[in-house]
Design a protein around this ligand. Sequence first.
Ligand code: WTA
Length: 635
Amino acid sequence: MSNYHIKNLEEYFQVYRKSVRDPESFWEEIAEENFVWQKRWDKVLEYDFKRPEISWFKGAKLNITENCIDRHLYANGRKTAIVFEPNDPSEMAEHISYTELHDRVCRFANVLLNNGVKKGDRVCIYLPMIPDLPVSLLACARIGAIHSVVFAGFSATALSSRINDSDCKIVITSDGSFRGNKTIDLKGIVDEALESCPGVETVLVAKRINSEINMKESRDKWLQPLLDQASNECEPEIMDAEDPLFILYTSGSTGKPKGMVHTIAGYMVFTAHTFKNVFQYRDNDVFWCTADIGWITGHSYIVYGPLINGATTVLFEGVPSYPDYGRFWEVVEKHKVNQFYTAPTAIRALAKEGLQFSESHDLSSLKILGTVGEPINEEAWHWYNDNIGKKKCPIVDTWWQTETGGILISPIPYSTPTIPTYATLPLPGVQPALMDENGNELKGNLVDGRLCIKFPWPGMARTIWGNHQRYKDTYFSTFEGYYFSGDGALRDSTGYYRITGRVDDVIIVSGHNLGTAPIEDAVNEHPAVAESAIVGFPHEVKGNALYGFIILKETGESRVHDNLRKEINQIITEHIGPIAKLDKIQFTSGLPKTRSGKIMRRILRKIAEKDTSNLGDTSTLLDPGIVQEIMKESL
Ligand code: WTA
């Protein structure tokens, strides 16, 4: 598989300059190098950021599962593709070879076909981190169906809106899931969700926790007997380069979640290439990304990136704190993990628990450490570097998004000198730009602005499912001719990028993107609530936590505020999931609004952050007095 063969920073700059001079040849060379194509492309790239329309490798034909599985069978059939590490450490780990993966994916694909799933149909997957999860993604891809994975921590309401948005006819789930010492009734959540999903005809149910569950006749089917009966041969459907591979929902600052659509060929080339280079994967390495496959990080760097490279990838069902805070390090030792990729929030949570948990394990197999999902603070970076990497493992601080499909800005190990909190430099082929508020590109170094990308890369999402206009408005309209990420960043004197955080109303809590609008909508459903505004504030472990300013209706009756707080968080849990619960709730009689009725969140943010020395211009407020009142009662 392709490699930049970069050995130092100078070589990086050479490759980078070449990639920018002629991006099409750069990506074409990579695409030619080591993928299975059924037919070669006619054109490497066609794009127009105004419409916006982007196509990579147009005219090519392929099936991504041939690249993930079949082509490894001859030389590497017995090699472990997936190491499954269960929630409970006393349960045996499972090693799934490429041959066995082929068998399982083909059977699963046949079960989908037997249940009427056709090319182009959407399949909703709501599963815990068990082998059926990656197998089901690949089974969809095998037959050309479009998978839509919904993170199994989302509530019934969140699940049903995602199922309906993309018209899924079939849902794949399990009886339940293990999470530390708890079990979760996934099938119960699916049953509730499906009360408002008339389009779903079939539910395939994997057995994981052996709980008694309700099976609805003619709709619900146990998966295992169907897999047992199915053939283990399934010819891959030959797909067009630009056919959709999957939909994955991400939060927007307003409105319902956006179903980002990724297409086959570009995503394949991009995830494979970034995986190989950012993690410097070598033939017999064991790679572990601790994300859930319900998020893009799991799609790209547990399933597709590693498997396309014929790698061994760890699938971990558990949580970092069970049975104790040493679990990650126990798994690293047990499976001799070489590359370890996690989120800053996990690092901070583990750092708080002390060193005894990491010191009691042999971490000498580790070569490279990675982080993703939110800015990593300096303290967490040093803790990771000192205690886990023992100052010998380069840390790749990788910046990217659901929309970008794969990593865009990251150090390349052994070449890019790392600096804590800096994602450093764009990968070859990636062209970032910083913009000022007036839409001008900031040239040169020592600048700070909005992070955009000015040229297409193969892994970028092509549209929002069912709403191309929203795709255009969200990403291509703020700065004409540029993809706008929604993040702010600075470029230091050496050209290194440091991501400073979201510049819109998306808040990242424990690495999960949350839009404020849907949470406010949920809060406003409470009968006692008149209006609400939610902002983020810094949190030691979670990065950010949520602060709600809530105006209650004047009903004359007095309610115990603590009870109301519980009820409001309960509603949020039902509508979105426990990850969106508010840490602080302040009841107030008013919100700082402009004369046109817009809430000035900037002021609320400062109050929540306890940084009220300079609130900025408040002269446009309808009632400036309210600010003092809110400040006096702030939590
Ligand atoms: C944030 C996750 C700082 C950023 C792959 C982005 C980061 C959002 C980093 C996307 C990083 C991701 N440093 N911030 N290394 N990586 N982010 O869609 O705000 O779940 O826009 O994709 O996470 O989150 P998403």
